[in-house]
Design a protein around this ligand. Structure first.
Ligand SMILES: *[C@@H]1O[C@H](CO)[C@@H](O)[C@H](O)[C@H]1NC(C)=O
Ligand SMILES: *[C@@H]1O[C@H](CO)[C@@H](O)[C@H](O)[C@H]1NC(C)=O
Ligand SMILES: *[C@@H]1O[C@H](CO)[C@@H](O)[C@H](O)[C@H]1NC(C)=O
Ligand SMILES: *[C@@H]1O[C@H](CO)[C@@H](O)[C@H](O)[C@H]1NC(C)=O
Ligand SMILES: *[C@@H]1O[C@H](CO)[C@@H](O)[C@H](O)[C@H]1NC(C)=O
Ligand SMILES: *[C@@H]1O[C@H](CO)[C@@H](O)[C@H](O)[C@H]1NC(C)=O
Ligand SMILES: *[C@@H]1O[C@H](CO)[C@@H](O)[C@H](O)[C@H]1NC(C)=O
Ligand SMILES: *[C@@H]1O[C@H](CO)[C@@H](O)[C@H](O)[C@H]1NC(C)=O
Ligand SMILES: *[C@@H]1O[C@H](CO)[C@@H](O)[C@H](O)[C@H]1NC(C)=O
Ligand SMILES: *[C@@H]1O[C@H](CO)[C@@H](O)[C@H](O)[C@H]1NC(C)=O
Length: 822
């Protein structure tokens, strides 16, 4: 009776809503249940869950019909579950029905596919319901769905995953019933029948593995209470905070909860060889935020028996300490299949063997291990030493901190599928004969943790003291107010620059539509526009609220209008009308460097040659600003997001809002308003407000290291959680491990000498004292040279992440104003 106004209301609402948004009214007339006698027919009817997140119905081609679940609100049908993946209904007249006593089946008269086995005790009045988390469940119609624990469902689709794991589903084992849930890839994009590729949980070793046919092709390494040892991102990637791994007497499973921002997250076994297991999230499009394999080292046993894979090394394979290549010739030619063998045989009887730690690894293949919980690592070592077949051990659970507890012992003479991580792996204790023990350093792969701790604590203390005294100093100077900073002479009168009409810009940018928005600059959003037929432009629109913005805009116009260089972005004109002020630039199809550099989802884009060209281009642009243009210009806000890339990936420096012009012989200036971006500002600028060409050189050095490593300076890159990229790069450099800095995505081979040269140049630029840093002209000479006679860099400024300003978002660029004058 009352349903018709409700339907009309929601119908109306649908039309009022802006197309493209994912919000629908919650009032709905659709059904989410099947009851006996009212089956779901293959006539276009579907079940829609109460919150309208999921939809269940028939899909497929005309003569191959499947029952499946997909996202209701996502226009491109994305199937997350299939009921009858191996047995399609061929007639097109199938229906999905239940009996009162709880049998769920798909039938078309010729064939019947039973989904739920008879439950005991049988249901008396069953109903099948599609829940809003995507679970299709069979239950007693009288039971209360909301507070019901999952196990009380007579049957549920979550227990029969196909190729997709959505939040709330479990991947793994019910040990009581020996029931296993795993993911199996579709045969092809149109055929959901299971293929050979399976992702499953090893309940003995608590690890995730991917199997192709009967061969394991990837494994995650065992779960250690905090992470899988072969998924270092679990330690560092914030998206992994939603994951759950449970291992007790009843169950061993992996699962994850919905992200706060979106329930549209799925883990899928994919057809692609380069992304076999992908974890994706919906935000307008499906974004891959994690996938394996990541590199060659993720391929099972890449380095053969007793080899260690490290993609940061030029020769990715190395032997375990105490081992040497079994076939030295083929090994040196890059054929690692024979792996390594012991230099000295173990001497178990005489009890002279010992252990050497191999740091931060993905633990070796666990096919032949013994796992004990609840013993200390010392007890574990003693047990391993006693047993002559035990070749290595590791802690089973490190979540309690320290060296961890529990014991995994390997009983294989050959250890395989080990890889080394810079951060995030787990320590393996390897049994060696006494002769090899002494020759192997105790820290074979990584740093001496304790040393690093002390250095970092000292550095952080020093930095805080420095910062505090600098703040005091600046405050004193501000009070004395001796001399106001004098502005450069006004050049604003002769702007011989095309003035655009506001209407033209509105037209070109489709009235600043959000679809056209390219990003958010320091002083307002930037839009893409099309002038006339096809000339693409970028429009920077100053926020109306930003009062300081107008001056910066004028500054920028004044400066950039006079500058022309292939590595500076071209200003085409401006538009100042009413409350609107805008700058119009040439359009850069490849957006900004930070978008490409730090987006791990788009790997192949930036090979070494491209990165090197970008470094050289930025250096040329900066040299022009500093020395070769009509003025001497200090950019003051050089950072990855201010480097734009044209269609050929040539870099162009942009955003001159904070640039300053120096007089002919002026080399440094002082400001009470320190503006810039945290992470790129030189120490003397942050501390004392002194800026010069050398502060731009500092920012350039940070950029170079970011380009090489693919990492942001502001984030933390060591296990102690304190070193910035600069500190990290410096510590690697000191230890002669330059190449560990290089971005994994850079691709092999790359010219090592050139890369090392650039790392050195980067470090020379970020040295603490401005006078130690090279000028842009000498940097270009160094870039052009062989790199063999470069000076040795000294310790960089700001090697630690400073706590004081860290409250700023670490995800978005923040332009800071510290010590603002009155
Ligand atoms: C499909 O069949 C059901 C049951 O006969 C009916 O209520 C519904 O209107 C049909 N839907 C379409 C789109 O024909
Ligand atoms: C059942 O199968 C026969 C022969 O395979 C076919 O001719 C008939 O159309 C099918 N009936 C239905 C309802 O699918
Ligand atoms: C369920 O009911 C069907 C008939 O509707 C009957 O054939 C079947 O044996 C019953 N199953 C159980 C387990 O009671
Ligand atoms: C569902 O399919 C079965 C088998 O073809 C058939 O007997 C039954 O009548 C169908 N139900 C409806 C409502 O069409
Ligand atoms: C995947 O699960 C199915 C069903 O439980 C089982 O038969 C199969 O052996 C499993 N595959 C692997 C690799 O564990
Ligand atoms: C899956 O593999 C295909 C190629 O087989 C690829 O185009 C696609 O991007 C991959 N990822 C997802 C999430 O489907
Ligand atoms: C260990 O690896 C060597 C190759 O280095 C191989 O010859 C040998 O058979 C392997 N041993 C076992 C037990 O698999
Ligand atoms: C054990 O030690 C004795 C003498 O100390 C030595 O002769 C023997 O070779 C050793 N055994 C092994 C297996 O190395
Ligand atoms: C230790 O010895 C026992 C039998 O003596 C054997 O079953 C076990 O696999 C051995 N290895 C380890 C690593 O404990
Ligand atoms: C790991 O250790 C922690 C505390 O040290 C404990 O709470 C947790 O239950 C352990 N996990 C397993 C799987 O044993």
């Amino acid at each position: 009776m009352s349903s018709s106004p409700v339907i009309n209301f929601s119908f109306l609402l649908c039309f009022l809503l802006i197309p493209g948004t994912l919000f629908f009214p919650t009032i709905t007339s659709s059904i989410d249940t099947i009851t006996p006698g009212e089956p779901l027919l293959d006539n276009g009817t579907t079940l829609i869950s109460a919150g309208e997140n999921f939809e269940l119905g028939f899909f497929g081609s005309k003569n191959k019909r499947y029952v499946g679940i997909w996202y209701h609100k996502i226009p491109v049908q994305t199937i997350v579950w299939v009921a009858n993946r191996q047995r399609p209904i061929t007639s097109g007249f199938g229906n999905l029905s239940i009996t009162t006593n709880g049998t769920l089946f798909i039938a078309d008269g010729n064939s019947t596919i039973i989904l739920s086995p008879p439950s005991s005790p049988p249901l008396t009045n069953s109903v099948a319901q599609l829940l809003d988390n995507g679970n299709f469940v069979l239950r007693e119609s009288s039971s209360q769905i909301n507070n019901e624990p999952r196990s009380s469902f007579a049957w549920q689709s979550f227990d029969f995953p196909t190729d997709t794991l959505i939040p709330g589903m479990k991947l793994g084992w019910n040990l009581k019933s020996r029931f296993n849930r795993n993911l199996t890839e579709w045969t092809s994009s149109s055929d959901p029948a299971p293929s050979d590729n399976v992702v499953a949980i090893d309940f003995h070793n608590h690890e995730l593995f991917l199997q192709s046919g009967t061969t394991k092709v990837w494994r995650s390494g065992p779960w250690n209470g905090l992470q899988f040892s072969g998924i270092p991102e679990m330690k560092t990637g914030d998206w992994f905070t939603n994951t759950i791994f449970v291992a007790n007497e009843d169950e061993v499973f992996f699962s994850y909860t919905p992200d706060a921002s979106s329930i549209y997250t799925r883990l899928v076994v994919n057809q692609s060889v380069t992304q076999r297991l992908v974890w994706i999230e919906q935000s307008n499009i499906w974004n891959v935020f994690w996938s394996v394999p990541k590199d060659q080292c993720d391929n099972m046993a890449k380095c053969g028996p007793n080899g260690v894979c490290n993609p940061n090394n030029v020769a990715i394979c190395d032997c375990l300490p105490g081992f040497r290549p079994s076939s030295p010739t083929s090994w040196s030619l890059g054929d690692w299949t024979d792996g390594c063998q012991r230099k000295t045989a173990l001497d178990c009887r005489n009890r002279t063997d010992g252990f050497v730690p191999v740091r931060q690894t993905k633990l070796p293949d666990t096919s032949n291990t013994v796992v004990d919980t609840g013993m200390s690592l010392e007890q574990c070592a003693a047990l391993c030493l006693k047993n002559c077949s035990c070749t290595a051990y590791a802690a089973a659970n490190i979540s309690g901190g320290g060296d961890g507890i529990g014991c995994i012992r390997w009983a294989t003479s050959n250890l395989t599928d080990i890889r080394a991580y810079t951060d995030g792996g787990q320590d393996l204790y390897l049994r060696l004969a006494a002769a090899d023990l002494s020759s192997e350093s105790n820290d074979y792969f990584l740093y001496q943790k304790k040393k690093t701790y002390i250095i970092v604590i000292v550095v952080v203390l020093l930095a805080s003291i420095l910062l505090a005294s600098a703040a005091w100093y600046v405050w004193k100077r501000k009070k004395r107010s001796t001399k106001a900073f004098h502005e450069e002479e006004d050049e604003g009168k002769d702007l011989d620059l095309p003035i655009f009409d506001l209407a033209t810009i509105i037209d070109a940018t489709n009235n600043f539509s959000t679809d056209n928005k390219l990003g958010q600059g320091g002083f307002g959003p930037v839009y893409r526009g099309i002038l006339g037929q096809e000339k693409e432009i970028a429009v920077k629109r100053l926020s109306k609220t930003s009062a300081q913005g107008i001056d910066e805009l004028k500054n920028e116009v004044r400066l950039i209008a006079k500058l022309q260089h292939r590595n500076l972005v071209r200003l085409l004109g401006c538009c100042i009308q009413g409350e609107e002020s805008m700058l119009i630039y040439e359009y850069m199809p490849n957006r900004s460097l930070d978008a490409i550099l730090f987006d791990k989802a788009r790997p192949a884009l930036l090979d070494w040659q491209t990165r090197y060209n970008i470094i050289v281009g930025i250096a040329r642009g900066l040299l022009y600003l500093h020395e070769d243009s009509r003025f001497r210009i200090i950019h003051r806000d050089l950072k990855a997001s201010n480097i734009l890339l044209d269609k050929d990936m040539n870099p162009k420096i942009s955003d001159f809002g904070m640039a300053r012009i120096f007089g002919g012989d002026q080399t440094e200036a002082n400001t009470r308003r320190v503006v810039g971006t945290y992470g790129y500002m030189s120490p003397e600028y942050v501390m004392d407000g002194v800026f010069s060409m050398k502060s731009d050189v500092f920012s350039f050095g940070v950029l170079v290291l970011e380009i090489i490593s693919g990492k942001r300076n502001r984030e933390v890159y060591d296990s102690t959680g304190k070193l910035s990229l600069l500190g990290y790069a410096w510590s690697l450099f000191k230890e002669g491990k330059h190449l560990e800095l290089v971005d994994e995505l850079i691709g092999y081979p790359f010219p090592i000498v050139e890369v090392i040269k650039c790392i050195k140049i980067g470090l020379l630029c970020v040295q603490e004292l401005p006078k130690d840093r090279p000028t842009m002209s000498s940097i270009l000479l160094m870039l052009g040279g062989e790199g063999d006679n470069l000076l040795e860099p000294r310790e960089p400024g700001f090697i630690a992440i400073r706590g004081s300003i860290e409250t700023e978002s670490t995800k978005h660029e923040v332009t800071l104003t510290i010590f603002e004058g009155r």
